[in-house]
Design a binder for this molecule. Structure first.
Ligand code: DX5
Ligand code: ZN
Length: 230
């Protein structure tokens, strides 16, 4: 399966010094930065928008191997509306929620047209089957094909929640059907939960509290990576 990617969620960082927090965590071995965008409509919380992404972009270089990728997790009611803003701000991957749109394939195409990669996310209560028609599209048109799937392991809206192991069969089913797909898990991931997530087949690991709250984030990042690699 695809290579391990560790994507700390900056939601758990100190927003007062966001750019240096981003640099620090990349220095500690993170691959991507997971940026949680919440609009107070799709989820009952508000975080940051494109202007803040614009301000942290110059602090983080994106390298050819994908290090420094801005993984924008769009917990917003109208994902189509913010695509160009995030492309301009320096977003690399625009991951929107299946539940937030009636036209997921068109949304993927719009994201690709903007120059970003596209991800599609499902909440814990959303069955994985809804993604099959999108992933099984046999037209061969890459414009409509997602670059990543995000299986949420908590109800989106807040950091620091308990990992829902009940979401793992969805990951396992996706991994069995799509061996090369980047599968991201998000919510409650850390040293005590990474084992089951890796076992199920997730390779893109988001961790907020477990990384930013750690005494030694470097050690946690290495541990998460080592567990996925096995
Ligand atoms: C939840 C967010 C997550 C969250 C993860 O709505 O999508 O990315 O920040 O935080 P932890 O790792 O603390 O659960
Ligand atoms: Zn997230």
């Amino acid at each position: 399966s695809p290579k391990p990617i560790i994507a700390p969620s900056i939601l758990a960082s100190d927003f007062g010094k966001l750019a240096s927090e981003c640099q620090r965590i990349i220095g500690d071995g993170a691959d991507w930065l997971h940026i949680d965008i919440m609009d107070g409509h799709f989820v009952p919380n508000i975080t940051i928008g494109a202007p803040v992404v614009t301000c942290i972009r110059p602090a983080i270089e994106k390298t050819a191997d994908g290090k420094g990728t801005f993984d924008c997790h769009m917990m917003v009611a109208k994902p189509e509306e913010w695509i160009s803003d995030f492309a301009k701000a320096g977003g690399d991957l625009y991951c929107f929620h299946y539940e937030a749109t009636t036209k997921p394939r068109e949304c993927i195409k719009l994201v690709h047209d903007s120059g970003m990669k596209a991800g599609i996310a499902i909440k814990p209560g959303t069955p994985v089957d809804v993604l099959f028609p999108i992933l099984d599209d046999s037209s061969g048109d890459k414009d409509y094909y997602p670059d990543m799937v995000l299986v949420m392991t908590v109800e989106p809206g807040f950091g620091g929640q308990k990992f829902q192991e009940g979401c793992m069969p969805k990951v396992a089913e996706l991994r069995a059907k799509y061996p090369e797909l980047d599968i991201e898990v998000d919510g409650g991931l850390g040293p005590s939960t990474i084992g089951v997530a890796a076992e199920a087949g997730a390779n893109v690991i988001v961790a907020g509290t477990a990384v930013f709250g750690a005494k030694d984030p470097k050690e946690v990042i290495a541990m998460l990576r080592g567990t996925v690699e096995k």
